[in-house]
Design a protein around this ligand. Structure first.
Ligand code: MN
Ligand code: MN
Length: 481
């Protein structure tokens, strides 16, 4: 083969394999629809910054669309039939929506799965201390973060404090315009010559991610003049008075420090969204929206919003728990067709889009990507045949046959989509929930939306990708396999 021919082939190959930029396919109506979805998404991100808040909001949205609680139906001895909508919530952190299809459950379900936990800083169980005329809270970070990114930015505190009597105090401090914000200090540049010699992984160390919460000492009364730690005691008094929290209550609390402030438009052309927790609420929201808009599905539509993905899908609310299987068994029971074999068939015959974020090509760090097999902002919904690292280790590796079917479904529905790997082969990698549901033998593939700044306090996505992914999910849910 001579050089000229070779080059010609390559060019042709580039044209065929080049994916469209979704923006080029839109008319005015499309852009209006896209902006509507993006607006809903920004509100969702701003309102729901923890897995618990996401679960509450998802259930609220589901109820508005006629979904009923699985537990309630069980209590009332009700049954389920085609067209019915039901939701299940586990420990306030994991939500599953079922929209019963016309086909028997045994023939499988169309499942959209995403996770609603995001990287953040969790308060330690004994968090409060005083040092250098300040009161601070100790944290232990959750999920993979670049620790240095969390210093010198405004943080909000979200979560629950459970009292010994079982009562629950819900907190969200730092989001309303008049709220105070909290934060972690960073060393001034003038004194940083030593710090800046350190590797980025230890420039700010995990043990130093301490959140400053106060600096004003309690007023002296005659008998506590000798007392030490007056700032700490002032803080405790404030917690008691404002929120009814005693120090011991921290022992049974889940308080998460997250970047403070709402999601907003990004770029002079407003083509992108910047917000916290887009991994993976971008897939959770678009999945939820598609699920809520599904009409008379042939196969039972499922939207599964799970927790603990960022730390390995462990725990009772992670994908590795049996909750999804158990809930599906309960739904089958209410439909009158439960048997162990029917449940196994249902799960094995199901199709799933395991949705999570992917890395968008970043021109500032181009060397981390292989350009032909990377996702680009604006080129639509992303499919990762496999994820994993060091030779696909830990990945699901979806079947070519399944991908073939998905290509047809998406192309027929006019959805812009792209395929990608997360970075260069030996660059790193990551895991999702796909391999866990693949244990049932079902067809599942990693899909989702590409992000810039993934796992940073402020992640960036493309409005076009959000819109195309939502369209893709809708097409998937209405598929007759
Ligand atoms: Mn994720
Ligand atoms: Mn993640």
């Amino acid at each position: 083969m001579d050089g000229e021919e070779n080059d010609g082939n390559r060019e042709e190959n580039l044209l065929i394999m080049e994916r469209k930029n979704a923006w080029n396919t839109y008319n005015e109506t499309d852009v209006e629809k896209l902006e509507k979805v993006a607006k809903g998404y920004k509100n969702f991100l701003s309102e729901a910054k923890t897995e618990r808040e996401c679960a509450v909001l998802a259930v609220k949205m589901a109820k508005e669309k006629g979904y009923r609680s699985l537990e309630e139906l069980q209590r009332e001895g009700q049954t389920l039939k085609a067209g019915d909508k039901v939701y299940a919530v586990h420990k306030k952190k994991l939500v599953i929506l079922y929209h019963i299809g016309k086909k028997p459950l045994e023939e499988g379900m169309n499942i959209l799965g995403a996770h609603i936990d995001s990287p953040r800083l969790d308060l330690k169980q004994n968090p409060l201390y005083e040092d250098g005329e300040m009161a601070l809270l100790e944290t232990h970070y959750y999920g993979g973060i670049k620790k240095y990114q969390w210093a010198a930015i405004p943080l909000a505190l979200h979560g629950v404090v459970v009292k010994k009597d079982g009562s629950v105090i819900e907190l969200a401090i730092g989001e309303k315009p008049g709220d105070p914000v909290l934060g972690i200090s960073d060393l001034l540049i003038h004194l940083s010559s030593e710090q800046l010699q350190k590797k980025a992984a230890v420039v700010v160390e995990g043990e130093n991610l301490n959140i400053i919460v106060g600096s004003r000492p309690a007023e002296d009364s005659e008998d506590d003049k000798e007392k030490k730690e007056k700032i700490r005691s002032a803080l405790l008094k404030l917690l008691e008075e404002n929120y009814g929290i005693e120090e011991e209550d921290f022992l049974s609390a889940e308080l998460e420090a997250v970047p403070a402030g709402p999601a907003r438009d990004f770029g002079l052309d407003r083509s992108m969204v910047m917000g916290y927790g887009q991994d993976d609420r971008i897939c959770a929201f678009t999945s939820l929206l598609a699920q809520l808009e599904a009409e008379d599905p042939l196969y039972t539509s499922v939207c599964l919003l799970t927790d603990k993905e960022e730390i390995g899908s462990v725990g009772a609310t992670g994908m590795q728990s049996r909750y999804f299987e158990n809930s599906t068994a309960e739904v089958m029971q209410l439909m009158g067709g439960y048997s162990d074999l029917a449940l196994r068939r249902c799960l094995q015959r199901s199709h799933m889009l395991s949705s999570d974020v992917s890395a968008a090509f970043d021109p500032n760090y181009a060397s981390a990507f292989e350009k032909k097999n990377t996702a680009y902002l604006g080129k639509g919904m992303v499919f990762n045949k496999y994820t994993g690292s060091r030779g696909k280790s830990g990945s699901n590796d979806a079947c070519a046959e399944y991908i073939g079917e998905l290509r047809r479904i998406l192309d027929d529905a006019g959805v812009c989509w792209q395929t990608a790997e997360v970075g260069k082969v030996d660059q790193g990698g990551g895991g999702t929930i796909a391999w866990i549901v693949a244990n049932y033998g079902m067809d599942v593939i990693d899909s989702g939306v590409a992000l810039l700044n993934m796992h940073s306090p402020w992640e960036v996505s493309s409005k076009a990708d959000i819109y195309e992914t939502y369209k893709g999910y809708k097409a998937f849910l209405s598929t007759d396999w």
